[in-house]
Write a protein that binds this ligand. Structure first.
Ligand SMILES: *[C@@H]1O[C@H](CO)[C@@H](O)[C@H](O)[C@H]1NC(C)=O
Ligand SMILES: *[C@@H]1O[C@H](CO)[C@@H](O)[C@H](O)[C@H]1NC(C)=O
Ligand SMILES: *[C@@H]1O[C@H](CO)[C@@H](O)[C@H](O)[C@H]1NC(C)=O
Ligand SMILES: *[C@@H]1O[C@H](CO)[C@@H](O)[C@H](O)[C@H]1NC(C)=O
Ligand SMILES: *[C@@H]1O[C@H](CO)[C@@H](O)[C@H](O)[C@H]1NC(C)=O
Ligand SMILES: *[C@@H]1O[C@H](CO)[C@@H](O)[C@H](O)[C@H]1NC(C)=O
Ligand SMILES: *[C@@H]1O[C@H](CO)[C@@H](O)[C@H](O)[C@H]1NC(C)=O
Ligand SMILES: *[C@@H]1O[C@H](CO)[C@@H](O)[C@H](O)[C@H]1NC(C)=O
Length: 899
């Protein structure tokens, strides 16, 4: 029935439009025009709402969804946001009375229709978050009534047209995140109603228009990440209404004008990474609303103005990497809301400002790389919240006060490169939260190492090098279970280096220049008793070191990576087997099978558990090694090939709850998804658990991306890579749908079948080791290096957004053919940071993508750029900004559909 009416109406529409075009259009009533236009639009956009509902009462289109009519039954407002629409929008221009058009968050592509210029009543136009490309049509300049124009987050190129100078009523103009170039046209400065202007993340150059803000009541100006130059126009502040000013990451120069003080409501000034000179004007103190002042990496100079202290709402003050001198004004203690004071990399001197330190809200104080002198005040941690105390590379003297132990919230303590004397106070051991680093290097500290340091079981990096420390390295330091990076070099330490994995894994440079120190990793042996063991360690730890790689050490300095449980396990092994490698279980030392089962009935006959166990004892069968497991290949006598996963660190509690484990595994076996690996059985003996899976001959995605070129294998082309990315995303979306968080997403845990279908592995780990469900005592399950989301450092929780981040890293690997952690990226830079840093380095996205793929065809390149956008939002530093896995699947599918 509906179809019938639709047919009649469509024919009617065709007839009428013929009439319309050939006969004088005045004959036909305006609202009928709207009806037929709407039906045609509904059809073009495949908008079912406008077929079925609408046609029940044809004359009643004003009640259709997404539509609002005027009192005279003319369509005035259309809101079609977030409906995943695409199609030809030209017809919309026939809705002559349209005032409000919102098409945001869809997948419209192609150029913005010129015909929109005919919507002369239009007041609000939102085309943001689509895939419009080409340049902004000059016809939009005809929209004399337009008050709000939003073209953000598209693929627009070219300049902002001069011809739009007719948009005199504009109060909101947003064009951020496109590829617009040229300069900001002067007409923007003439808009008397302008309130909001954003054009950040484009390729705009030239100067900020002289009159911008001068004639209007501009509240928000955000132009960050462009190539703008010249100075901030003095008149920008003239109207006194500015609330947000963001100019970060441009080439702007000159001074911050005094007139800034006029803007009483200014709450955020961010002008970092430019070439500004001079000082911050005293008038800054007039800004009682100022919460955020960020001006790092400029050429600012002079004394830091004490007027900042009048900004009682100031929360963050970042003046790092400028040329400031003089002292930190003591009145800064009056800024009771200050949470972060960052002034590193200047020429500041004087004492550490105790008034600031006593501020209860202070979270971070970074005075490093200055010339501060005087001693560390005893009142250092009267402020209970301090998490970062960064005082390195100054001229501090005196002793480290015992009161440092009051800094219980500290995550990082940097005191290196000063003239500190005295001993290391044992109270440092009270700072149980210390995680990122404890650096006391390059001072004049003497005396023995306090055993209390061993209580710092979360600490990742310990640097005590270049002091005059004496005595043994206390055995108690083996309590520092999270340690990865350690340096004791150039002291007067003596005795054997304790047997402790993090020590023996370190390069010998970590212990060198201590005349009395012996044992591995140094080349000096301590005596006969220790000799052979040391030698054994030498071999095995070299291997471990080679596997983990030094890139890890670099990466670690930015992200806190706690491999606590791995260490703990290693230690237990060291204690138990007295240095015996865990892989080297003797053949006659026959393991006693406790239990085994095969879930898949027709495979029961084909699997021989003895052969399975034996296969895992031979190194030559090893396929890969992940955070939680080692995978072996096992050939059954029946001819079946299995992949056998030996869990590395299965928690004791799990072994004691075998029935529960088995239930979980059986449940997992029933978890059916094309992109997940299902367990087909398991075996448990001693404290070892083996999981059996189908053997996938194409190996892991990691091997495929990063190793296949050496082996002259078939290298996946772009469409195959994209389908792999979609498959992985679908597998993860399915898990998230069941509220299962994967604990170790990495390209090494994605396997490819003979058709390059990706299968996500290690899913059972999430079930067996899920820390939030209390099945394991492990609080530090972090996943694989390079894939760990930045927030993990603070939350210590693997979350769904964390999984999205890890997926984003895999997508970047697929796009760039680069590994997540690589020394090539530079110190402290991983793949994500390297990609994010491309605009700063002046590199285009194309230089980031694997050129072997992106240069093959224009359409491949375009798709790769779209996928890059997805990868970038997945790896957003802010977890809340990352899309859900389900949304990621949709976004990637849209790329394939956009052909
Ligand atoms: C159709 O809509 C018009 C206008 O809203 C209304 O007057 C009329 O009663 C409706 N007819 C039916 C059959 O619902
Ligand atoms: C959209 O449709 C109009 C006619 O309604 C046509 O002139 C135009 O070429 C179409 N645009 C595209 C991109 O197909
Ligand atoms: C705009 O309207 C004018 C006159 O009504 C018409 O001649 C022109 O073709 C229209 N332009 C577009 C792009 O639809
Ligand atoms: C686009 O900009 C307008 C005007 O500033 C704003 O009202 C609208 O919410 C924006 N759209 C999106 C999707 O952010
Ligand atoms: C802006 O970009 C367009 C297309 O990408 C290019 O043709 C033009 O030369 C660029 N203009 C400037 C001023 O860089
Ligand atoms: C801006 O306005 C001034 C005078 O108010 C005028 O001289 C100038 O031409 C205008 N500029 C633009 C680009 O509209
Ligand atoms: C603005 O700051 C200056 C310098 O600190 C001061 O002299 C002036 O009185 C302030 N003006 C207002 C309106 O607060
Ligand atoms: C300071 O911040 C608080 C909370 O954000 C706000 O309520 C208050 O109005 C601000 N004070 C000024 C002077 O803006």
């Amino acid at each position: 029935m509906a179809n019938f009416w639709f047919l009649i109406l469509t024919i009617g529409f065709l007839v009428l439009s013929w009439f319309h075009n050939s006969v004088n259009s005045e004959i036909i009533n305006g609202d009928h025009d709207d009806l037929f236009t709407l039906v045609a639009i509904g059809k073009e956009l495949k908008l079912l709402d406008w077929d079925e509902n609408g046609l029940k009462n044809t004359s009643n289109y004003c009640s259709w969804p997404h539509i609002t009519c005027s009192s005279s039954q003319l369509v005035e407002k259309i809101v079609l946001s977030r409906l995943n629409l695409q199609g030809n929008l030209t017809l919309l221009s026939q809705l002559k009375s349209l005032k409000w058009l919102d098409l945001s968050f869809n997948t419209f592509h192609g150029t913005i229709p010129q015909s929109f210029g005919n919507l002369s009543d239009l007041e609000f136009l939102d085309l943001s978050y689509n895939k419009f490309d080409g340049s902004i049509p000059i016809e939009l300049g005809k929209l004399k009534n337009l008050e709000s124009l939003n073209l953000s987050n598209n693929l627009l190129i070219g300049s902002i047209p001069i011809e739009l100078d007719g948009l005199v009523k504009l109060h909101d103009l947003q064009v951020y995140s496109n590829q617009l170039n040229g300069s900001i046209p002067n007409w923007v400065g003439n808009l008397t109603n302008l309130r909001v202007f954003t054009a950040y993340e484009n390729e705009l150059s030239g100067k900020i228009p002289e009159s911008l803000g001068a004639f209007s009541e501009l509240q928000l100006l955000n132009l960050h990440s462009n190539y703008l130059e010249g100075s901030i126009p003095d008149r920008l502040f003239a109207n006194g209404k500015l609330e947000f000013l963001v100019l970060t990451q441009n080439k702007l120069s000159g001074v911050l004008p005094d007139s800034v003080g006029i803007c009483k409501d200014l709450s955020s000034i961010r002008i970092g990474n430019n070439e500004f000179i001079g000082n911050v004007p005293k008038e800054i103190g007039n800004l009682s609303s100022l919460a955020y002042f960020e001006a790092d990496n400029n050429n600012l100079s002079g004394e830091i103005v004490q007027e900042f202290a009048q900004c009682s709402n100031l929360t963050l003050l970042n003046l790092a990497s400028n040329g400031f001198n003089g002292i930190i004004p003591p009145v800064f203690g009056e800024m009771i809301n200050l949470q972060e004071l960052i002034v590193s990399g200047n020429n500041l001197s004087g004492e550490i400002p105790t008034s600031v330190l006593s501020n209860k809200n202070l979270n971070k104080i970074d005075l490093s790389n200055n010339r501060f002198n005087g001693s560390i005040p005893k009142s250092v941690c009267n402020s209970s919240r301090l998490q970062y105390l960064l005082l390195g590379q100054n001229s501090l003297i005196g002793e480290i006060p015992n009161e440092i132990g009051n800094c219980v919230k500290l995550l990082e303590l940097q005191l290196g490169g000063n003239h500190l004397t005295g001993v290391i106070p044992p109270e440092i051991g009270k700072i149980k939260n210390l995680q990122i680093a404890l650096n006391l290097s390059f001072n004049h500290l003497h005396g023995q190492l306090p055993p209390d340091l061993g209580k710092l079981d979360k600490l990742v990096s310990l640097d005590l090098s270049n002091n005059q420390l004496t005595g043994d390295i206390p055995l108690a330091l083996r309590g520092m279970l999270s340690l990865i990076d350690v340096n004791f070099a150039n002291n007067h330490l003596t005795g054997p280096i304790p047997t402790f994995a993090p020590f023996q894994k370190s390069p010998n440079s970590s212990f060198e220049k201590n005349a009395g120190l012996c044992g591995y990793p140094l080349n000096s042996f301590c005596g006969n008793s220790n000799g052979p063991e040391s030698f054994h360690h030498k071999v095995s730890y070299r291997i471990v070191l080679a596997v983990i790689g030094s890139g890890l050490l670099v990466f670690m300095s930015v992200t806190i990576v706690v491999v606590l449980f791995m260490m703990r396990e290693k230690q237990e092994k060291v204690a138990k087997t007295a240095g015996k490698e865990d892989e080297e279980i003797d053949d006659n030392n026959k393991p006693s099978m406790i239990l085994g089962n095969v879930f898949v009935d027709n495979l029961k006959q084909a699997i021989d558990f003895d052969v399975v166990v034996k296969a895992t004892l031979k190194d030559s069968n090893k396929i890969s090694s992940g955070t939680f497991s080692t995978i072996y290949k096992a050939e059954m006598p029946s001819g079946l090939t299995l992949s056998v996963k030996r869990l590395k660190s299965i928690d004791k509690t799990i072994l004691h709850q075998q029935s529960k484990v088995i239930r979980e595994l059986e449940r997992l076996n029933n978890l059916c998804h094309d992109n997940l690996i299902r367990p087909i059985g398991f075996a448990i003996y001693d404290d070892v658990a083996l999981l059996l899976h189908q053997f996938l001959p194409n190996g892991s995605l990691a091997r495929f991306l990063h190793e296949s070129s050496k082996e002259q294998e078939y290298k996946p082309d772009w469409p195959v890579r994209l389908s792999i990315a979609i498959g992985v995303a679908e597998g993860l979306a399915f898990l998230h749908h069941l509220a299962i968080i994967h604990l170790d997403i990495s390209s090494g845990n994605i396997f490819l079948d003979s058709n390059f279908r990706p299968l996500v592995g290690e899913v059972e780990i999430s079930k067996l080791l899920d820390p939030s469900r209390g099945t394991a005592s492990i609080s530090a399950v972090a996943g694989s290096f390079g894939y760990i989301p930045p927030e993990y450092a603070y939350t210590m929780q693997v979350t769904a957004p964390g999984n999205v981040y890890s997926f984003g890293v895999i997508l970047l690997e697929i796009l760039t053919t680069r590994v997540p952690v690589d020394e090539e990226f530079g110190e402290g830079v991983d793949l994500v940071k390297w990609v994010q840093g491309a605009p700063t380095r002046g590199e285009t996205p194309e230089q980031i993508l694997d050129a072997k793929l992106s240069t093959v065809s224009f359409s491949w390149r375009k798709e790769m750029l779209l996928a890059l956008k997805v990868a970038l939002i997945c790896t957003d530093t802010t977890p809340a900004k990352r899309p859900k896995m389900k949304k990621v699947v949709e976004m990637l599918q849209e790329i394939t559909e956009s052909k």
